[in-house]
Ligand binder design. Structure first.
Ligand SMILES: [Zn+2]
Length: 286
């Protein structure tokens, strides 16, 4: 059996592109620093809206396959070589936006049995033995059914793993502190005339925004800005990047956050507050 690296980080996401938008700088930083970074993506995003007109013919399983290629390119940009689809590629399909008939598709992730899906994740946990897991809050950051389900499955897998003698020391949810978000959107307003975008999103469109006091952990990934923006750009069906700004298919500009923020929801934090290392306080990770 090969020996595991000392620090092992597991991220659980809904669709290809969520990892790069939310955690691209963190993933690049820890991978560059020798930690094992493992991404589990729950669906292939088969119901995503496609931005480039030349790729607009892609939908369903063909879009999923294409997005797997984009994910592969994004992981290359971040220096991450361990990425998997929950239960294998195509096991769970994209559920579409909340309230659409797509949500009733028996193969979609929203209809998945949470314990069964969590069981697939426990198998990854058994192999990788992460000390740290990152996922979304109970609203999935912004209410998309696959993001809510990813949260449920990840948190259930944490419980099942602990019951199986595979405890995960620290669990984090993705966050953006409100004042940081406000400042970033103010800079975006100033930059907009120079950008190829015409309108901006608003801060409430950004997943995981909370009061600053809830932030426990700040990962300064500014040294990995180029890797993060390259990874986001690799998801070209979903994201258009310009400098440190981007749009999704709604064409509303948003800032790229290269310092990434977290709320510790399980486990003990490090001695300083906020922490600057996801592994702070984990003895065996030293
Ligand atoms: Zn998503």
């Amino acid at each position: 059996m090969t020996e595991l690296p000392e620090r092992r980080l597991l991220l659980v996401h809904a669709h290809p592109d969520d990892e790069s938008i939310n955690n691209g700088a963190t993933m690049a930083a820890y991978a560059a620093d020798g930690a094992r970074v493992t991404l589990v993506t729950c669906t292939l995003g088969e119901r995503g809206e496609v931005i480039p007109p030349g790729l607009a013919h892609l939908s369903g399983a063909a879009l999923g396959q294409y997005r797997l290629g984009e994910l592969t390119a994004a992981m290359r940009a971040l220096g991450v070589d361990d990425f998997r689809l929950l239960g294998g590629p195509g096991r769970y399909c994209d559920s579409g936006m909340m309230g659409l008939p797509d949500n009733d598709d028996p193969d979609c992730f929203w209809q998945a049995d949470v314990d069964e899906a969590a069981g697939h994740l426990v198998e990854v946990i058994r192999e990788v033995r992460p000390q740290v897991l990152i996922t979304y809050d109970e609203n999935g950051g912004y209410g998309h059914p696959d993001h809510i389900q990813a949260h449920r499955v990840a948190m259930r897998a944490v419980e099942l793993a602990a019951d199986a003698g595979l405890p995960i020391a620290k669990v984090y949810w993705n966050r953006v502190p409100r004042t940081v978000g406000e400042q970033a959107f103010a800079r975006l307003q100033d930059a907009l005339p120079e950008l190829p975008f015409t309108k901006t999103a608003v801060l409430d469109d950004v997943p995981g925004v909370v009061a600053d006091e809830r932030i426990t952990t700040v990962v300064d990934g500014t040294a990995h800005t180029a890797a993060k923006t390259a990874a986001m750009a690799a998801h070209a069906t979903q994201i258009e990047v310009s400098g440190e700004y981007f749009v999704l298919s709604n064409e509303l500009a948003q800032p790229v956050f290269t310092t990434e923020y977290y709320e510790l929801v399980r486990g003990q934090g490090g001695r300083t507050a906020p922490e600057t290392d996801l592994f702070a306080g984990i003895e065996e990770a030293r």
